[in-house]
Write a protein that binds this ligand. Structure first.
Ligand code: NAG
Ligand code: NAG
Ligand code: NAG
Ligand code: NAG
Ligand code: NAG
Ligand code: NAG
Ligand code: NAG
Ligand code: NAG
Ligand code: NAG
Ligand code: NAG
Ligand code: NAG
Ligand code: NAG
Length: 650
């Protein structure tokens, strides 16, 4: 029921982001007065703070004009002295008591644990405050102060040649042979997970010390409401033991299934707050996850991509052309060298990846091209994406991907694209203009060259169908390709840990089957999650559970086959792939048949104790739009078409 990114993020953190922008959006149309009382840096800080108040108090400007004016002032100040921005934020934080402790949080990149303010100062220097840059920032970062700009129509036809007429004939045909590939996503290892700590805490991050449940405290309950369990808890990221156990299960089951390679669609680092997330801890987490993959999976090559948590500070990644890439190169350098050392990519690919932000393409032994893209270049929490939003490709990575696709097309080669944040589906976390670029690329190269796309991020077991053209004609003949959105290993929020593998056609590289494994985490609890006892204790409703003998080990078991569940009457030919047409039919089945919907939700949550009902007609309409949209504008367009009155996260 929840959008992972909007809730998994600590409320304070979201607030912080919004207020940070809102404030940097300092404002005021009045020209700067003469620096009579102050000089230099002090003058800038004090003046800016005064001007913010003027702006907030203005009765003449609407919210969009205030916000844009504010960005313009912020830009002027940032250019004058970028070190002032963090200081201004810190002063305002104290003055308006945005949070209990203002030191560190608003300090610049060179000082404390929180480095975001420094990156805001960077981005402010670059943006066009009165253009679409300003509109996007004010919409996405400043509480929708401006309406969302119209999706631009980028003309990308110069990026690629005409589709070769003989391509269809040159493509390999299925001989009925298959091989297996494992798909892992969203580990989120929490290096300071502590058994017995509060797993039902009021604000992030739960299952670490010292956090507690405010409601319980207010009602004078001093006990932990819901103690963190050995193998993990439903509102927490994973302890080391679950990271290792999940990979052990992949190794054990993989020994029988002979996995040929693995794809990992990102997010190694936990959802911890910025007060703990330091560059050192991000590096430690990434090294840990790569190392454990190598340790348990041996010679199995893993093709990896960065999640929005796999960078520092959270979600930030600058483009080379912005001039600020230097602060981020460590990530591609570190990761590419580990991938090479572990034998997952060769030395030439390593050298390339260092200059493509960690993105790379590899050809597997059977001839499939796997292209890994860093979705932080379309993720809406990366401030650098708000620079030059009239450009289809500030990082150059979209064009880089297209060049890879053109080369593959020439060779009649099939391509899989892996990335973390889906371009459509149930998360609208991608920036609309970037997904429009992506749409045109998919429309040009799928399904003949792009055989499938793979994502993670939502933590839920999902998919989305890309339709041809602008994606608004969702008829069966228009179904183009599929985004396979993998479930997470982390149980956050309320899922059982899970992973999947695909049976793949050895010649067409189409997905023939998706087999899902999971662990029933609730059976390792010292209490019975299936039997909640609700006690009202004054102002606090306490949920308790009867004690039980917990399973000592996590058991990883078969959960379901996509073909069996979504084609219950076995109408789809056994030799036909689970392509866009199959999933188009699955959409109809899920939204129109109670069994279909209940099964979808059950597996989306991996049969945890928290599977939602989802029978509300508005819920079903929302599901329909997420399933059938490959881009963010397509989601909004669908919601309009379906007369959706309530946006519901699935
Ligand atoms: C803005 O309004 C507040 C509340 O009415 C007031 O206290 C403050 O002095 C005003 N600030 C300016 C700069 O006018
Ligand atoms: C798009 O660009 C191509 C050349 O790159 C040009 O030939 C074509 O006319 C343009 N299309 C539109 C609609 O502007
Ligand atoms: C909690 O304890 C404090 C101090 O003993 C008391 O004043 C307060 O009324 C108690 N609150 C509740 C909800 O019982
Ligand atoms: C996998 O397990 C099945 C069922 O136990 C067995 O029949 C098969 O031979 C095994 N395959 C491999 C490659 O070990
Ligand atoms: C950034 O661009 C410059 C100039 O094109 C190039 O020399 C450099 O290698 C690039 N840096 C990275 C990390 O790709
Ligand atoms: C913005 O993007 C356009 C189109 O790619 C490019 O020509 C322009 O130089 C970019 N602007 C800046 C400030 O880099
Ligand atoms: C999509 O394309 C259809 C038909 O080509 C057109 O009628 C519709 O307005 C387009 N919608 C959007 C959002 O571009
Ligand atoms: C999916 O496979 C079926 C059966 O082979 C085929 O008829 C259909 O055209 C395919 N759909 C797509 C989008 O490739
Ligand atoms: C609150 O719950 C505890 C046990 O959980 C019980 O002992 C106590 O009597 C309850 N207090 C009230 C006011 O209901
Ligand atoms: C978690 O705590 C809240 C109160 O803060 C309570 O309403 C809820 O029932 C608790 N959940 C569980 C699973 O214990
Ligand atoms: C729903 O699907 C099931 C198969 O899972 C089928 O048995 C049942 O007849 C369908 N119900 C309707 C109303 O079509
Ligand atoms: C949405 O509302 C319009 C106008 O009331 C109606 O014509 C249309 O059929 C509705 N669409 C859906 C999917 O309910």
């Amino acid at each position: 029921m929840v959008n992972v990114e909007s809730t998994s993020h600590p409320t304070m953190n979201v607030l912080f982001t919004l207020l940070t922008w809102a404030t940097v959006a300092l404002a005021a149309m009045q020209p700067l007065g003469p620096p009579t009382k102050f000089s230099g840096k002090d003058y800038l800080v004090k003046h800016a703070i005064q001007e913010i108040e003027n702006l907030y108090n203005s009765t003449r400007l609407d919210s969009c004009a205030k916000c844009m004016g504010a960005l313009a002032l912020g830009k002027t100040i940032a250019i004058e002295d970028d070190r002032v921005i963090p200081e201004i934020l810190q002063e305002l934080c104290k003055k308006y008591k945005w949070q209990a402790v203002c030191t560190n949080v608003y300090q610049g990149r060179n000082f404390g644990v929180e480095a975001k303010a420094g990156h805001i100062a960077n981005v402010l220097q670059l943006i066009d405050p009165y253009g679409t840059d300003g509109e996007y920032i004010c919409h996405y970062q400043v509480k929708k102060a401006c309406p969302r700009p119209a999706t631009p129509v980028f003309n990308l036809t110069g990026w690629w040649p005409e589709k070769p007429a003989d391509l269809e004939d040159r493509l390999a045909k299925s001989k009925g042979d298959r091989f297996n590939v494992v798909h892992l996503s969203d580990f989120h290892v929490d290096l300071r997970y502590q058994i017995g700590s509060e797993s039902n805490c009021t604000s992030y991050m739960c299952c670490v010390e010292p956090v507690y449940n405010n409601d319980a405290r207010k009602a004078n309950f001093t006990d932990v409401v819901l103690p963190a369990q050995k193998f993990g808890s439903y509102e927490c990221d994973i302890p080391q033991v679950l990271l290792e156990d999940s990979l052990r299960s992949v190794a054990t089951i993989g020994a029988n299934k002979s996995f040929e390679f693995g794809i990992f669609t990102g997010d190694m680092v936990s959802h911890d707050l910025d007060d703990w997330l330091s560059l050192a801890n991000v590096i430690k987490s990434e090294e840990d996850v790569y190392y454990q993959m190598k340790r348990f999976l041996g010679d199995l090559p893993i093709y990896s991509t960065f999640g929005n948590h796999d960078t520092f500070p959270y979600a930030q990644q600058a483009q080379n052309a912005s001039g600020f890439l230097g602060e981020f190169v460590w990530n591609a350098q570190l990761s590419a060298s580990l991938w090479k050392d572990y034998g997952w990519i060769d030395e030439a690919t390593q050298a390339e990846a260092v200059h493509t932000y960690g993105a790379f393409g590899v050809t597997t032994k059977r001839g499939l091209r796997v292209i890994s893209m860093d979705s932080n270049f379309w993720y809406n929490a990366n401030y650098y994406n708000y620079w030059n939003t009239t450009s289809p490709d500030t990082s150059g990575m979209m064009k880089w991907m297209v060049d890879q696709l053109i080369e593959a097309e020439k060779n009649a080669q099939k391509v899989w694209i892996i990335a973390h944040v889906p371009t459509g589906g149930s998360t609208t976390n991608a920036l609309p203009h970037a997904t429009e670029v992506f749409r045109q690329i998919v429309d040009r190269f799928a399904p003949h060259t792009i055989a499938a796309l793979f994502f993670g991020h939502t933590h839920e077991d999902q998919f989305n169908v890309y339709y041809a053209g602008n994606g608004t004609d969702n008829s069966i003949d228009n179904a183009l390709t599929v985004g396979w959105i993998s479930q997470s290993v982390t149980p956050l929020h309320n899922y059982n840990p899970s992973w999947r593998y695909y049976e793949v056609d050895s010649d067409t590289f189409e997905i023939m089957e998706s087999i899902n494994y999971y662990a029933q985490l609730h059976k390792t609890f010292e209490f019975d999650m299936d039997k909640p006892e609700i006690a009202n204790n004054g102002s606090f409703t306490r949920v308790t559970y009867p004690p039980r003998t917990p399973d000592e080990e996590l058991e990883w078991i078969f959960e379901y086959s996509a073909r069996d569940v979504y084609d219950p009457d076995q109408k789809w030919p056994r030799e036909a792939p689970l392509n866009a047409t199959f999933w188009h039919n699955a959409i109809q089945y899920i939204i129109s048949n109670d069994t279909g919907r209940e099964d979808y939700l059950k597996y989306e949550y991996r049969e945890s104790p928290f599977v939602p009902d989802g029978s509300d007609p508005e819920y079903i309409k929302n599901m329909y739009c997420y399933f059938s949209s490959g881009t963010v504008p397509a989601v909004f367009e669908c919601q309009k078409r379906m007369n959706i009155t309530k946006e519901i996260w699935i």
